[in-house]
Design a protein around this ligand. Structure first.
Ligand SMILES: [Zn+2]
Length: 184
């Protein structure tokens, strides 16, 4: 199998950490006609695979990652082209989880292996573990997981037992738990 590195993703543009991230942008394994983030080596459960950085904005898009009640990280490189995080697709039973790190000055997001991942597998995360709600109202999920929830929705609509599972795994940021409580 040959994976082409996207011409937009020049080595190091994301910073030194991204240069060594064991991923490439390639054809998604399950979203037809879309790109995805593909592992280039076997990864162990718990491993930090890459760190997503970029400017934060108050506007949610289908590519941003919510990092606080009001802020969304836009996974872009300093020159404005999409960073690795832009290509991370959703699954209802994802291979990876996100850990949000936020300070007053900046936010970053660690992509952590949720289970052992084989080289050439696609990395996925669950939108509902970071997004309180979604940018679009109805998007049919194509993840194909046995426990696919059908439509892409946010934490607001995530069933309690899945919230509890992700929280136990460390993938529900504190602000989201608090938003969920105040909104329910
Ligand atoms: Zn799904």
């Amino acid at each position: 199998m040959t994976l082409q590195r996207s011409p937009n993703l020049t080595d190091g543009a994301d910073g030194a950490r991204a240069r060594h991230a064991p991923v490439v942008v390639g054809q998604s394994r399950f979203v037809r006609g879309e790109l995805g983030l593909i592992a280039t080596k076997d990864l162990a459960r718990g491993e930090v695979i890459l760190v997503i950085e970029g400017p934060t904005t108050s506007v949610r898009t289908r590519y941003t990652i919510q990092v606080s009640p009001t802020e969304h990280l836009d996974p872009r490189q300093p020159d404005g082209t999409p960073g690795h995080g832009h290509f991370l697709n959703h699954s209802c039973d994802p291979s990876a989880g996100l850990r949000i790190n936020q300070t007053r000055e900046a936010a970053s997001v660690e992509v952590v292996a949720r289970r052992d991942i084989r080289a050439s597998e696609e990395l996925t995360f669950d939108y509902a573990a970071t997004e309180y709600t979604t940018a679009a109202s109805e998007i049919a999920c194509q993840c194909g997981a046995a426990r696919c929830r059908g439509n892409l929705k946010g934490y607001r609509d995530l069933p309690d037992h899945i919230r509890a599972q992700y929280r136990a795994e460390g993938f529900i940021p504190g602000y989201l738990s608090r938003l969920g409580e105040s909104a329910s």
